[in-house]
Design a protein around this ligand. Structure first.
Ligand code: SAM
Length: 343
């Protein structure tokens, strides 16, 4: 990966502004040797420069991180960590096939604070098989009492091609029913707001001043450059992605060949769809200026006008933004479908 970054840094068409956010994610970057991550950061800093407010996030798995590594990551300049806790109940973790225990998850959060991290995020998942409403309530209560700065709460999505997906669709494993999952989503909104978190995106909550800059840039379709196997990039309206296979990726780089597997130039309809889908999932909504600049906006506003009054009321529409009331986010996908009809 460092080789790919070095080739990019030596290329001519680099943006000349300093880097604002860096995100180490994907697999489990916390198992990588710290000096490797350090080398990448130094390379980027020396050749591109960092913004004063740079946000450098590292995702970590609670089952694979030690105090010593936390100290070293802190020393090389990681200033935001995202801990994949998923749940504080061992039954949930085993149903998810996670290697860590709830005790380890709690320990890593305390260790991270002890080491000096001041921007700590936790990931939690709801809708796990056999997870009850009360289980989820306990997870949210534990999370709000841990004094962290960011919480991401994801609805479990069985991914095609996984054993888990097969077991769900073969009926061997049963997910909590949709009504329970909707109640879990709404419970998160209530308990996390009481815990001092602001919901700034459908799955993301932050204490004041701790929204993820990197994710917010992604949702507002700002350019980003990804490195590593199957990494995605979005530059000047073009999306491209690297080969998935690590061996193929390494072979290409060692032969001086590009690891890019494929790319696509988004059509205006695709760009418009993304603007609406990403925008309406955030508290910020879609900027009216961006919307009105688009040829497809007429159809979009026509679709809005055609909505029943009770649906129209679910949106905040003013000269600056077109957005969805947070308490309506449960309907986000179905409302987006209505607004994007014929587009
Ligand atoms: C999306 S990233 C985390 C980004 C992080 N929350 C942040 O703010 O920087 C990885 C997380 O996705 C979630 N995730 C992974 N697979 C998932 C699935 N199949 N369904 C729902 N959530 C999943 C897990 O919580 C995992 O820790």
């Amino acid at each position: 990966m460092n080789l790919e970054i070095e080739e990019w840094l030596d290329s001519t068409n680099l943006p000349n502004s300093p880097i604002k956010t860096i995100y180490f994610g994907g697999g489990t970057p916390s198992i990588a040797p710290v000096f490797e991550i350090g080398k990448i950061l130094n390379n980027l800093k020396n050749k591109r420069g960092f913004a004063q407010t740079i946000e450098v996030t590292l995702e970590m798995n609670p089952g694979e991180i030690s105090r010593q590594k936390l100290v070293e990551f802190f020393q090389i300049g990681i200033n935001r960590i995202s801990i994949g806790c998923q749940s504080f109940l061992d039954a949930d973790l085993s149903n998810l096939g996670r290697i860590h225990s709830s005790k380890q998850a709690l320990q890593v959060v305390e260790l991270a604070k002890d080491v000096g991290f001041q921007n700590i995020g936790l990931d939690l998942i709801f809708g796990i098989p056999e997870q009850t409403f009360e289980d989820w309530k306990r997870n949210l209560t534990v999370a709000t009492n841990l004094d962290v700065q960011h919480l991401s709460v994801y609805n479990l999505t069985p991914e095609k091609g996984t054993k888990f997906y097969e077991s769900i669709f073969s009926g061997d494993v049963k997910m909590p029913d949709e009504i329970i999952q909707e109640r879990m989503f709404l419970l998160a909104q209530t308990i996390l707001a009481e815990g001092g978190f602001e919901q700034y995106e459908i799955s993301n909550y932050a204490k004041k001043g701790f929204r993820s800059q990197h994710n917010a840039n992604y949702w507002s379709r700002t350019d980003y450059r990804g490195f590593g196997p199957s990494a995605h990039s979005f530059v000047d309206g073009k999306r491209f992605w690297n080969v998935r296979d690590l061996e193929e990726y390494t072979k290409r780089l060692l032969r001086g060949k590009s690891p890019i597997d494929s790319s696509e130039i988004l059509s205006s309809a695709q760009k418009f769809t993304e603007l609406v889908m990403m925008g309406l999932r955030t508290a910020r909504g879609i900027s009216m200026k961006d919307l009105k600049r688009k040829k497809l906006a007429d159809q979009f506003f026509q679709n809005y006008e055609n909505l029943d009054a009770e649906f129209q009321k679910k949106f905040i529409v003013n000269s600056e933004f077109f957005k969805l009331e947070p308490e309506e986010w449960l309907l986000c996908d179905s409302l987006i479908e209505k607004l994007l009809a014929e587009i």
